[in-house]
Design a protein around this ligand. Structure first.
Ligand SMILES: Nc1ncnc2c1ncn2[C@@H]1O[C@H](COP(=O)(O)OP(=O)(O)OP(=O)(O)O)[C@@H](O)[C@H]1O
Ligand SMILES: [Mg+2]
Length: 457
């Protein structure tokens, strides 16, 4: 290899000597033959002297060509100082290059990890609106096969496509709220922003999707709650105001009417006060629903006490509360006053909605065969069931029973003095105590509410 490079150099370097010999031969100061021999000898010596330089240069060139490769081997051993100097400089450059590329790779990895760790799906779009990149959340949401597809093939929402087109045409970024049904379902807020393109990346815009389903649901719940609560308050308030007006006007001197109307006003005002108390109670329970309850309480004792308290009401309806308790009922985790509300409400409902003259059967038992809805399966539970023989609840109403203000028959519930918050309170107390609530009902036969609460200790 080096001979190919060596001889042209030798030839060039020999030019001055050849010229001198030619002049000497022409001037007949020397014969042709010795001149030729001398020139050949000189060329040979020049070649011998140059050879190590050429070899070293070729080795250094080979080393330099392999520089970007991450290989430690292949450092040549050289013969000449100048080539060694060049090699040292190249080695320095190689070290610098490697540390720079390691740093760049590290930064790239960092940004990739950061991109993938973002919880919202993010898509990168090129100038033709094709998907050219995505983070892990987007892969999880939309699958892996989205690369190089038009955004419209994935999300067919006109406002979103419009926003993306505007950004790609150089306009400012924007947000769009959309309801997705495929490939995912839910309410989303999509944001499209232009991307300044560093280097050769094809991405021209970034699209991020934020799941706002829960937020929308809470907004809706809040609006419903305010509408329901004000409606519940307005009805008794309107009645009270109406009676006050009547008492001041047409019924001013009517003693009988006074007595009767004041009675009704008292009833309506009590209803409002019960409603406010229930609402406050519910919000207090909700506030600490996620903190674990402390203390221990005995459901056997609680149920007995509640049943005794309702004996009079039961007898007014010719009803009887039958208690079937295990001989020993273990304590459960929780506070007595909160747990009392569960059974107060369930027994109250059984009396209200049970048929006159029928019994209410309350069973309290320890069970280790837990229902699927029980969060803590590691310990047994105390089960309390309250069974009435009322008209029952139609299947379609069962999932909504524990919603605030939900009643199967609103007029009847109101007539009976109900606020529609009882079962909502029950559900929240049961949740807080990491228990579970079940309802079974058959129209015309009756209803059984069953509560499971984890045993303490
Ligand atoms: N044992 C039951 N039998 C039949 N229907 C029931 C029974 N328990 C509850 N319901 C139905 O569920 C609805 C909601 O019950 P919930 O206890 O939350 O409210 P309420 O009894 O109407 O009022 P409150 O309990 O606040 O006084 C009731 O209005 C009723 O329609
Ligand atoms: Mg009730």
């Amino acid at each position: 290899m080096h001979t190919r490079r060596l001889w042209p150099l030798v030839t060039i370097l020999s030019v001055p000597a050849v010229a001198i010999f030619v002049v000497l031969v022409v001037a007949q100061a020397i014969d042709v033959l010795p001149a030729l021999i001398a020139m050949a000898a000189m060329a040979g010596i020049t070649a011998l002297l140059l050879k190590p330089y050429i070899q070293d240069l070729e080795d250094v060139a080979r080393f330099a060509r392999g520089l970007p490769l991450d290989e430690e081997a292949g450092v040549p051993s050289l013969r000449t100082d100048i080539a060694n100097d060049v090699l040292t400089a190249l080695k320095l450059a190689r070290r610098h290059f490697r540390s720079q590329s390691e740093e760049l790779m590290g930064r790239l990895k960092f940004h990739e990890t950061l991109f993938d760790s973002l919880p919202s799906p993010i898509l990168l779009l090129d100038a033709q609106r094709r998907i050219v990149g995505e983070n892990a959340a987007a892969r999880k949401t939309f699958g892996r096969q989205q690369r190089d597809r038009d955004l419209a093939a994935l999300l067919r929402h006109p406002d979103l496509l419009d926003a993306a087109d505007k950004v790609l045409a150089g306009e400012a970024g924007g947000e769009v709220e959309l309801t997705l049904t495929s490939p995912v379902t839910g309410e989303y807020r999509a944001m499209v922003e232009p991307l300044l393109r560093p280097g050769s990346s094809a991405a021209a815009a970034v699209l991020s999707l934020h799941d706002i389903t829960a937020l929308k649901r809470v907004e809706q719940m809040r609006a419903d709650f305010i509408a329901n609560a004000s409606h519940e308050l307005r009805t008794p308030l309107a009645a009270v105001l109406g009676f006050i007006e009547t008492l001041r006007g047409p019924a001013k001197g009517d003693e009988d009417a006074h007595e009767r109307f004041l009675g009704i006003m008292f009833e309506q005002a009590s209803r409002m006060s019960r409603l406010v108390a229930d609402l406050l109670n519910l919000s207090r329970i909700e506030l600490h629903e996620h903190s674990r309850p402390e203390g221990e309480a005995n459901l056997g004792a609680i149920v007995r006490r509640v049943a005794t308290g309702l004996e009079l009401t039961a007898s007014e309806k010719l009803m009887k509360i039958d208690l079937n308790l295990d001989e020993v009922v273990p304590d459960v985790i929780g506070q007595e006053d909160e747990l009392t509300q569960i059974f107060q409400n369930l027994l109250d409902n059984a009396l209200k909605y049970g048929r006159e003259g029928t019994p209410i059967i309350v069973t309290v038992r320890t069970v280790s065969d837990l229902p699927p809805g029980m969060p803590d399966k590691s310990r047994p539970a105390v089960m309390v069931s309250v069974k009435d023989h009322g008209e029952g609840i139609a299947r379609e109403h069962l999932p909504r029973l524990t919603e605030r203000f939900f009643r199967v028959d609103t007029a009847r519930s109101r007539r009976l003095g109900g606020t529609g918050l009882g079962l909502a309170i029950v559900k929240h107390v049961v949740n807080r105590h990491r228990g579970c609530l079940q309802v079974e009902s058959e129209l015309g036969q009756g209803t059984t509410f069953t509560v499971y609460l984890p045993v303490a200790g």
